[in-house]
Ligand binder design. Structure first.
Ligand code: TPP
Ligand code: MG
Length: 372
């Protein structure tokens, strides 16, 4: 029997604004109007200030842990900018830029990392879900949301963000399969930053590019330079138009890099080469966007100084608000979990502050005091 080819494909990569500021007019013209480009740049700089202050809060014992976003801002921000307010953003934990752009109060993110459940209580009108720390779980929620809106005949779509590491989770494959088979308009937005904490992408995935995973599910896909906000906006806009028209899902792999540690509990110097970090510093989304603006006379040093002073003031106010509210109630961590609390958790909740460490004292084994 002759051997014949049954399937062949290729995956495109999109980039518009290069690290040196070179801009591809044929692809990029009209993608982001000048006024918006300035606003997006200012927004990233505000997020950088937020990152810096949040890091210091953790180091001075005022916050449990914190994952720096530095280096990855163009991914979630580009997506939030390209989508509409009726679309859901279903994030993991490194998407401050997109969440703040949508309108999430900055205090919420600080409260979350301070271990305060009130950081997870978000106005549903904003259409963003709370941060998802268990890797991969949010992708299923995103598919469920878009499925529900499809039932309602709405043109809302959902966009879920996740890392390279998350694509090795079962939840990822279940979500992808569901969305593809049932025609659910979810945008799977993979932020491939090359590392899942200390594990490089090449160890946890044998495919050459992560977008190949989408091909396996029959899903439309593209790879973009995730540090190029123009490429991200264009890719997300195209994907959203396709999803609204066909009700099918789409997959974007954005290549990017976290310039900081995984979280404040990590020390990336133990597993990443200094040369690699330096190379990616040169591809920082902020540097190229600033070059773009300066080339068009839209930005200069005095605007930068003024904006930095404004950002400092804004973040200081946010910290004051987050730290100024009355302390949280410990029981919150049980009350936010289930619609009705299971019996074993009710016991834990009741005995939280007792020496029985969450067990029902009446159920504890009786100590044989006669033998001691
Ligand atoms: C289900 C689950 N397993 C393990 C962890 C511990 N953990 C936290 S972040 C992380 C790596 C995630 O890597 P990636 O998806 O690439 O995201 P990145 O932080 O690089 O954006 C792991 C394994 C977790 N939070 N949840
Ligand atoms: Mg990663």
């Amino acid at each position: 029997m002759p051997v014949s080819k049954v399937y062949e494909t290729s995956i495109d990569r999109l980039s518009i604004l290069e690290p040196d500021g070179t801009f591809d007019e044929s692809l990029g013209k009209g993608v982001i109007p000048d006024g918006d480009a300035v606003k997006l740049y200012e927004h990233i700089m505000l997020c950088r200030k937020f990152d810096e202050i949040a890091f210091k809060l953790q180091r001075s014992g005022r916050m449990g842990t914190y994952p720096e976003n530095r280096g990855q801002e163009a991914t979630s921000l580009g997506a939030a900018y390209a989508l509409e307010s009726k679309d859901w953003l279903v994030t993991c934990y490194r998407e401050n830029a997109g969440l703040f752009w949508r309108g999430l109060p900055m205090e919420k993110i600080l409260l979350h990392w301070m271990g305060d459940e009130r950081g997870n209580q978000i106005d549903s009108e904003l259409r963003v879900t709370p941060l998802a720390i268990p890797i991969g779980t949010q992708m299923l929620h995103a598919v469920g949301l878009a499925w529900a809106y499809k039932y309602q005949d709405s043109s809302s779509v959902s966009c879920t963000f996740f890392g390279d590491g998350a694509t090795s989770e079962g939840d990822f494959h279940e979500a992808m399969n569901f969305a593809a088979n049932l025609d659910i308009p979810t945008l799977f937005f993979c932020q491939n930053n090359g590392w899942a904490i200390s594990v490089p992408t090449s160890i946890q995935c044998s495919a050459d590019v992560l977008a190949q995973r989408a091909v396996a599910y029959g899903m439309k896909t593209i790879q973009v330079d995730g540090n190029d906000i123009f490429a991200v906006v264009k890719a997300v806009r195209d994907a959203a138009a396709y999803m609204r028209e066909t009700s099918k899902p789409a997959f974007i792999e954005a290549t990017t890099y976290r310039l900081g540690d995984h979280t404040t509990a990590d020390d990336a110097r133990r597993y990443r080469d200094a040369e690699e970090v330096e190379e990616w510093q040169g591809r920082d989304p902020v540097i190229r966007l600033r070059k773009y603006l300066e080339q068009r006379d839209l930005w200069n040093q005095s605007k930068q100084d003024e904006m930095e002073a404004r950002a400092e003031k804004t973040v200081a106010e946010v910290v004051k608000n987050a730290e100024g509210i009355e302390p949280p109630v410990t029981e919150d961590m049980f009350d936010s979990m289930y619609a009705s609390i299971p019996e074993n958790l009710k016991t834990q909740r009741r005995t939280l502050r007792t020496s029985s460490l969450g067990q029902d004292p009446s159920q504890l084994p009786v100590r044989d005091t006669a033998r001691t």
